[in-house]
Ligand binder design. Structure first.
Ligand code: HEM
Length: 134
């Protein structure tokens, strides 16, 4: 029970990245720079931590490796992890880039990847809320 609460609470951390693709989109449109890319790195790290903790707590809550639900969850975790990885890499490229045009290109990619992350995360929340219906 306590673990389920921990699992639910830590999953709130996934939401901290939700504003970033919108900000990246607006900044790329208005050809502005990101004011706080370092803070963004920290937020991505926190979401990565949440991913790790939810995977572990999820397995402890429901330790049934033969369940299809568990494998769907694992795939969702891997997909979210991939999005976080690409997001982080683009952010690094953005930070290293000096040329404004190239920076804007990275920002557009960051925004697209970020929207993908939002969709898959909402899908995961929906899947978890309907756990017992599957
Ligand atoms: C990105 C990863 C994950 C997120 C964001 C997430 C999020 C959540 C949330 C928000 C709930 C509460 C749903 C509700 O009761 O309304 C939940 C429940 C649950 N999650 Fe996850 N979870 C993740 C990964 C996993 C994994 C990897 C597993 C198992 C291997 C898992 C197993 C469960 C189980 C068994 C429940 C309890 C369902 C119930 O009894 O109500 N989760 N999860």
């Amino acid at each position: 029970m306590l673990l389920l609460i921990a699992h639910q609470l830590i999953s709130i951390l996934f939401l901290i990245l939700f504003p970033l693709p919108i900000i990246a989109f607006v900044k790329s449109r208005t050809k502005q720079q990101l004011p706080t890319p370092k803070l963004w790195k920290i937020l991505v790290m926190l979401a990565n931590l949440a991913l790790f903790v939810s995977l572990i707590t999820g397995f402890i809550i429901f330790p049934d490796y033969t369940s299809l639900r568990v494998w769907i969850s694992v795939i969702l975790v891997l997909v979210i992890g991939a999005f976080l990885g690409i997001f982080s890499k683009r952010l690094k490229l953005y930070q290293l880039e000096k040329d404004i045009e190239a920076q804007q290109k990275h920002l557009r990619k960051i925004s697209t990847i970020g929207f993908g992350y939002i969709i898959i995360t909402i899908g995961t929340f929906w899947f978890m809320s309907n756990w017992h219906n599957f």
